[in-house]
Write a protein that binds this ligand. Structure first.
Ligand code: FES
Length: 681
């Protein structure tokens, strides 16, 4: 049997207790398995179907260290659970191929034969290598669901259904239809809306007085014939500036039914919020067009998830949208101009709940849309949703939340106070302003490993039987004749560099010494000594110095290669300095130092995919052991799911407006000096 990881000492001389997180890694015996924080791991899920239909197969890529349970959950794959990933419900059973550490909870859950066969609890298996995972069909009807970053949510959705069998009226019992229905519902006292009242007389009689009352919040919104209590759905949207993700949720079970994402149809109007706001300022016709584009995105995704989930859109009774302040304003058709010019004012921090039809969605006619509130023009509802998903207000440790993007949002909590701010990082992380930059799509280089030397392994190394440490892995010479190892999305010919690839490239060039601490490529004549296997890749295009990451063929000119230019390095330096100045100043506001940070949560579609090791190396995050840097995934989407699964969590999101202090940093007199201090590596 493999040793219980709890028996091993922590890496890098720090206590594993330091990194144990409530929910995320809470249980004794489930400490993080050592990994070097680089690259990606691939999880191939085979999801069995309770009806006996052919199993579904999905392959997902996540940063190392994410649990199998979270990897599945982020990608809409439901695994049984009622404990919130604490290793106590023993329900999240999966079969993992190959040897995987066995935790003490596994020993209590599975027989010896099952353990040998690869059965493990999914919330306790960290993906530190590629894995094939079999997921059995769901068996439980949970009272709680695991969503967010290891958060457990007691299921209490706003959408409730009650099946009732009523006595037929007669001359001795002439109670009105509504009174007859409401008296049969003993635990709720909803107020009827007109839609429900219009349907009530006919549905009652057509269904032989056996009906299901549909209640959302405190309103009776519909009456359905027969027992439809199992059919309760909602859609959670992460309405991003670049990408929009929709998750269709079964709110009765707390599980995702289908997930879909697509580029925001507002893209032709500009890649970032400022360009889109400017577009509305220059042409009054643009605002309705942007609203229509956002609406069309939501509609297409709703159709897709309902189709994939085999769900009638009319049984989707609620929607939650987590978007930044500009995206929220645009989808509601509210003029965003004040958000784009000083003093950056929102029309409201708490948008009203509207009917789904008001944003173009054809769901249940009374379906409502909840919009997350915003803390400021640049710390919007997506960040409030992220705070909810990560439980930023429920943890006593010092935690730093970073959502990396064109506008980077930062939140820090010391257990008592929560501060937030925004840092304008520019488009570098989205591949903008980067010579070979591109979105994280097929052909984008996302992982880079450089080998300065290509020495064959020594006899001593061959004889070495213990696994190398994180630092040793980083310094190892390549066993591959190619000194530049690339991880490319889609495993196709590299076409460019996405945000995480850019961070990896710079971090690796700093590590091997081809970039100096000021971010300059070292002189060409020094390269053969510093990194002999890579020296010929340091070249020029015109007057600009570049490093060749990928040559389509050995004789390719630098112009035809995927390269990292000196200017690209500068772009990244500015972006990372904006971010690190932000968290440095927030830490100072709380009277804390870098080393006090116990956990860094890297969130968002860019942040989650930046390698923790590279983020530490370039100073994007505080210099901490990589195991304290956690990829948190699409936390905005997770927060939106929570709001649909629990009215208490939704109220918690609204309460965050009072708990979090927004700190404006750009008007500090020392901001520029501090920014310059952060430019180096
Ligand atoms: S043991 Fe409950 S989710 Fe894993």
């Amino acid at each position: 049997m493999t040793l219980d990881p709890a028996d091993k000492p922590g890496a890098d001389g720090f206590s594993l207790d330091d990194v144990r997180r409530e929910g995320l890694m809470a249980s004794p015996g489930t400490e993080p398995v050592a990994h070097d924080g680089t690259g990606r791991v691939e999880l191939a899920f085979t999801v069995e179907d309770a009806t006996g239909a052919a199993p579904a197969r999905r392959t997902v890529r996540v940063p190392p260290g994410v649990t199998v349970f979270d990897s599945a959950s982020w990608n809409g794959i439901a695994i049984d659970s009622t404990c919130g990933g604490h290793g106590t419900c023993h329900k999240c059973k999966v079969r993992v191929e190959g040897s995987t550490p066995i935790s003490r909870h596994d020993v209590r859950t599975f027989s010896r034969e099952q353990l040998d066969d690869g059965w493990r609890l999914a919330c306790l298996v960290q993906a530190t290598r590629d894995l094939a995972v079999d997921v059995p069909p769901l068996t439980t009807r949970p009272k709680a669901a695991t969503v967010g970053v290891g958060r457990q949510v007691i299921l209490r959705p706003a959408v409730q259904k009650r099946y009732v069998e009523l006595d037929e009226p007669n001359l001795a019992d002439q109670r009105p239809d509504l009174a007859r229905l409401l008296e049969a519902i003993d635990d709720l006292a909803p107020k009827p809306d007109l839609h429900a009242l219009r349907r009530l007389p006919h549905v009652l009689r057509a269904a032989d007085y056996k009906v299901t009352a549909v209640i959302v919040d405190e309103s009776l919104v519909d009456v359905e014939p027969g027992d439809t209590t199992d059919q309760r759905y909602a859609i959670a949207y992460d309405l991003g500036t670049t990408t929009v993700v929709a998750t269709l949720l079964d709110v009765a079970l707390g599980t995702p039914v289908a997930v879909a994402s697509m580029l925001n149809k507002q893209q032709p109007y500009g890649g970032d919020v400022i360009t889109r706001i400017s577009a509305t300022m220059m042409d009054p016709e643009t605002l309705p067009r942007l609203q229509q584009a956002a609406s069309a995105t939501l509609v297409e995704l709703a159709e897709q998830v309902c189709r994939e989930g085999g769900v009638d859109p009319k049984q989707v009774y609620e929607v939650a949208v987590a978007g930044n302040a500009t995206m929220t304003a645009l989808v509601l058709g509210i003029d965003p101009e004040p958000l784009g010019v000083a003093p950056f004012v929102m029309s409201t921090s708490q948008p009203p709940t509207v009917l789904a039809a008001d944003v173009g969605l054809e769901l249940h006619p009374r379906a409502q849309v909840f919009f997350f509130p915003a803390l400021g023009a640049y710390v919007g509802g997506d960040i409030v949703a992220g705070m909810l998903a990560t439980g930023m207000d429920r943890d006593k440790r010092v935690r730093l939340f970073i959502d990396v993007g064109t506008n980077c949002e930062l939140v820090i909590s010391d257990g008592d106070r929560i501060l937030s701010t925004a840092a304008p990082a520019g488009p570098a992380f989205e591949g903008g302003a980067i010579k070979c930059g591109m979105r994280a799509a097929d052909g984008a280089i996302e992982v880079i490993r450089l080998h300065a030397k290509l020495d064959p392994p020594s006899a001593e190394e061959v004889a070495q039987s213990t696994p190398p440490s994180v630092e040793e892995v980083a310094q190892q010479p390549s066993r591959d004749p190619n000194p530049v190892e690339l991880g490319v999305i889609g495993d196709v010919e590299p076409r460019g560099l996405c945000g995480s690839g850019l961070v990896d490239a710079v971090a690796e060039l700093v590590r091997v010494g081809l970039l100096d601490a000021s971010g300059r490529f070292i002189p060409e004549d020094q390269a053969p000594t510093v990194a002999p296997a890579l020296a010929d890749r340091l070249t020029k295009i015109g007057e600009e110095r570049v490093f060749v990451l990928h040559r389509p063929h050995p004789e390719a000119a630098p112009e035809d290669c995927v390269v990292l230019s000196q200017r690209d390095v500068r772009e990244l330096q500015f972006a990372k300095a904006a971010i690190s100045t932000g968290w440095t100043l927030l830490l100072e506001e709380l009277g804390l130092e870098h080393r006090d940070v116990q956990q860094v949560l890297m969130a968002g579609s860019f942040g989650s995919y930046i390698s923790p090791a590279a983020a530490v190396r370039i100073g994007l995050v505080p210099k901490l052991p990589v195991l304290r840097i956690v990829s948190a995934g699409n936390v905005a989407g997770e927060g939106a799911k929570m709001a649909l699964l629990s009215v208490r969590e939704r109220a918690g999101a609204e309460a965050l407006l009072q708990e979090v202090t927004y700190v404006e940093l750009s008007d500090r007199p020392d901001f520029n000096d501090r920014f310059v201090d952060q430019l180096g590596f």
